[in-house]
Write a protein that binds this ligand. Structure first.
Ligand code: NAD
Ligand code: TYD
Length: 342
């Protein structure tokens, strides 16, 4: 692993991963390949571009464009592809699934074909706990569980996982997959629940909690996720999938209360609104397989939430321009007419 192509590297997790890898592995060069959709932002990598000028490069491109992908692989002598590029927001996938099928499924296929064509490059796929669907009882999803996605987003990511595994079995492509829990931390687009709620609260706007807010999620700090991906890239067994999360869970209401306490804002900002269609009630994964490789989370849920809140409080330069752009129209479409239920 010397020259890594990080697709979707200008997004939330991708940019944190790029920063992490360049800091921790001095022998590694990183090329970010990103289409720069609404979620991809060069500001996320501004410090990286300055600090690691000799080891970092950026190429704008679509993962669905085979020629452009191949040109990037050739030009930068890439030996490893890590695919973060995706449409990533469940609510947008409910409103308009088209781009999800295009990027998350077809785009993954294009990258796999390119990896094969260039002599079976090492390929790592960033997947999600959402491919398991919602989990019943006190079960924690195992990597061997059947996939049962329930939203267009989750279905597109599950389809990609199947393709990645098929390329390993059929063509012996050296792949690994990680399935991450809900990430939070710096540079997350404020459509996702934690940055949405922090930035709403900072503006004294209501926090739209879907339904009763008793849904369970594993809110992990993004750097813990990045460390897990790095470990799997180096030590993971080829052909294998690894869950990455804290293995713990909390309700959305618990998350909101910690968030408001950290901000010193009143609970009266909480507003229960009509639920998301097909809302998954619970995600929770067994992470023993990754822990057996030596991984451990550095942040509890509460620490991750408090750390994230502080980053948004200290970095309005990053999120204020976003909230006044494309985001406004999206917010109006999703929340404008939404029924308040309490
Ligand atoms: P994000 O939406 O913040 O970033 C996605 C990035 O992909 C953006 O930079 C965007 O410009 C780029 N992109 C989109 N379509 C592209 C295309 N066709 N070609 C090239 N680039 C394209 O997403 P994120 O939250 O950072 O998620 C990154 C990956 O991690 C995704 O694959 C997602 O499914 C997965 N994941 C996310 C979470 C989470 O909690 N956010 C959890 C587990 C897994
Ligand atoms: P989200 O950040 O969209 O991630 P995911 O759906 O991929 O888990 O949402 C996290 C949880 O927060 C999920 O249970 C839905 C809920 N949620 C709200 O209650 N209100 C909101 O406005 C949003 C965006 C999410």
């Amino acid at each position: 692993m010397k020259n890594i192509l990080v697709t979707g590297g200008a997004g939330f997790i991708g940019s944190n991963f790029v920063r992490y890898m360049l800091h921790v592995h001095p022998e590694v060069n990183v090329v970010v390949y990103d289409k720069l959709t609404y979620a991809g932002r060069l500001e996320n990598l501004q410090d990286v571009a300055e600090q690691f000028a000799g080891r970092y490069a950026f190429a704008q491109g679509d993962i669905c464009d085979a020629q452009a992908v191949e040109a990037a692989l050739r030009e930068h002598e890439i030996d490893t592809i890590v695919n973060f590029a995706a449409e990533s927001h469940v609510d947008r996938s409910i409103m308009n699934p088209d781009a999800f099928i295009q990027t998350d499924v077809y785009g993954t296929y294009v990258l796999l074909e390119a990896a094969r064509k260039f002599g079976n490059l090492r390929y790592h796929q960033i997947s999600t706990d959402e491919v398991y669907g919602h989990i019943h009882g006190d079960h924690r999803s195992l990597e061997t569980d059947n996939l049962a996605p329930r939203s267009p987003y989750a279905a597109s990511k599950a389809s990609a996982d199947h393709l990645v595994n098929a390329y390993h079995i059929t063509y012996e492509l050296p792949i690994t997959i990680t399935r991450g829990a809900n990430n939070i931390g710096p540079y997350q687009y404020p459509e996702k629940v934690v940055p949405l709620f922090v930035t709403n609260a900072l503006n004294d706007l209501p926090l739209p909690v879907y339904g009763d807010g008793q849904q369970m999620r594993d809110y992990q700090y993004v750097i813990d996720h990045c460390k897990g991906i790095d470990l799997v890239l180096r030590e993971g067994e080829i052909g294998e999938t690894y869950n990455v999360g804290t293995g713990e869970e909390m309700t959305n209401m618990q998350m909101v209360e910690i968030l408001l306490d950290e901000l010193g804002k009143p609970r009266t900002l909480i507003q229960h609104v009509e639920d998301r269609m097909g809302h998954d009630r619970r995600y929770c994964m067994n992470v023993q397989k990754l822990m057996d490789l030596g991984w451990e989370a550095d942040y509890t849920h509460e620490e991750a939430i408090r750390e994230t809140v502080r980053w948004y409080v200290n970095n309005p330069w990053w999120w204020e321009p976003i909230r006044s752009g494309e985001f406004k129209e999206f917010y109006q479409r999703l929340y404008g007419e939404r029924k308040v239920i309490g």
